[in-house]
Design a protein around this ligand. Structure first.
Ligand SMILES: C[C@H](O)[C@H](O)CC(=O)C(=O)O
Ligand SMILES: [Mg+2]
Length: 393
């Protein structure tokens, strides 16, 4: 095997049922239980995020095969739309290229999609190709991706858990627990009271020394977010996450100035590319930025985002992203811990974040995660799942 290997073929598939589209869960899951969203202004869309289409996309799987038969792959949220973009547009910049030339492929994918891309599904699709290229290069070089990124700066990752049960997360050894917010501004003062009551109740359950955080999933306005933050200070809330819509950079800049001392403002999971994150950083919108590695542009873009954040004194704690986050976080001092999304329906047990799609996906043990040393990202696509290939080029 040689780094002179060239890419023979790119294939894009779709899969349903959890996995990279982790919101695509069965009824009754904590992740779809009256969570505050930008759609909560409409009473008919308050109870379920699936009711307004949160799970419409499904998972995109990108496979990239080198001329020696080695196959790298990656998954993200982008479904059939992403499969079209990869097969009909992006594949041309990848097939025939040297497996090492990831920077050039990324640049061509990004520049060629500017007229309809820049963020959203197009960046999800570019991310999946980028991650599959890293997986392929790691497999060809017989090295884990973290070794391609300069090597680890720590032996294992410290993890916090996102889910409905921080009290159980504490028992499982996590460093902290992040809860979803349930009521948005349209649910008035009673909703605000219920939100604060939930934090108070959880603080009582977990005691003083455990981190408690709140994920607001873009649902608030500046006034409500400020009042919520000040109300939650009494319960020592560590951070308030994604309080405002992602385009409201001005609101985030004000919120960061208005929150109580010591409370952190975090955001960025729905942001993409170095330019999007440059706005967040230049405008001093957040203490911690949270790029999703499968949505922000992949590892190639995350290295740039991370360097910029480091120079601005901001931490980078990627949103979700499973192995794609773990391999990155272990290589960066300004990413001191990582997120684990509790995908068990009641958040009471640990199941792999992208379950059931990946084989070999690592999970935290006593709140610590060891990143696999196996080549590439160290996982395989579960062959028991029936994947579709809706477009062929
Ligand atoms: C729990 C949140 O609403 C969302 O589903 C996940 C998320 O934003 C996060 O993990 O962060
Ligand atoms: Mg979040």
């Amino acid at each position: 095997m040689s780094i002179e290997n060239r890419i023979r073929h790119v294939r894009a598939y779709t899969l349903r049922g959890g996995g990279a589209d982790y919101h695509d869960q069965d009824a009754g899951h904590w992740i779809d239980d009256h969570i505050a969203t930008p759609m909560s202004v409409y009473p008919e869309y308050r109870q379920s995020r699936q009711s307004f289409g949160l799970n419409v996309l499904g998972t995109l799987v990108v496979e990239i095969e080198a001329d020696d038969g080695t196959v790298g792959f990656a998954v993200t949220t982008a479904g059939e739309l992403g499969a079209f973009i990869v097969e009909k547009h992006l594949a041309r910049f990848v097939e025939g290229a040297r497996v090492t030339d990831i920077e050039k492929m990324w640049d061509q994918m990004y520049r060629s999609t500017l007229f309809y891309g820049r963020k959203g599904v197009v960046l999800n699709a570019i991310s999946a190709v980028d991650l599959a290229l890293y997986d392929l290069l790691g497999k060809i070089r017989q090295e884990p991706v973290y070794a391609l990124l300069g090597g680890p700066v720590r032996d294992e990752l410290t993890m916090y858990a996102t889910g409905a049960r921080p009290d159980i997360a504490k028992k499982l050894g996590f460093i902290g627990g992040k809860m979803p917010l349930h009521h948005g501004p349209a649910e008035g003062e009673e909703g605000l009271r219920k939100n604060l009551e939930m934090i108070r109740d959880m603080r009582e359950k977990v005691g003083d020394d455990f981190w408690l955080m709140l994920d607001c999933w873009m649902s608030l306005d500046l006034d409500y977010a400020t009042r919520l933050a000040h109300g939650a200070a009494e319960y020592n809330l560590k951070w308030i996450e994604e309080a405002l819509p992602p385009d409201d950079y001005w609101g985030y800049a004000k919120l960061k100035k208005q929150v109580p001392p010591k409370m952190l403002v975090t955001t960025g999971e729905h942001e993409a590319t170095r330019w999007g994150f440059k706005l967040l950083l230049d405008m001093d919108c957040a203490d911690i930025i949270q790029p999703d590695v499968g949505w922000c542009g992949g590892i190639t873009e995350l290295t740039k985002i991370s360097a910029m954040a480091d120079a601005n004194g901001a931490l980078v704690v990627p949103h979700g992203s499973s192995v794609y986050s773990y391999h990155f976080v272990v290589t960066r001092t300004n990413s001191p811990f990582a997120e684990f999304l509790m995908m068990h329906p009641t958040a009471e047990e640990i199941v792999p974040m992208f379950s059931p799609m990946l084989l070999g996906e690592p999970v935290p043990v006593n709140g610590k995660l060891k990143v696999p040393e196996t080549p590439g990202f160290g996982v395989e696509l579960n062959p028991a799942l029936e994947k579709l290939r809706p477009y062929k080029h």
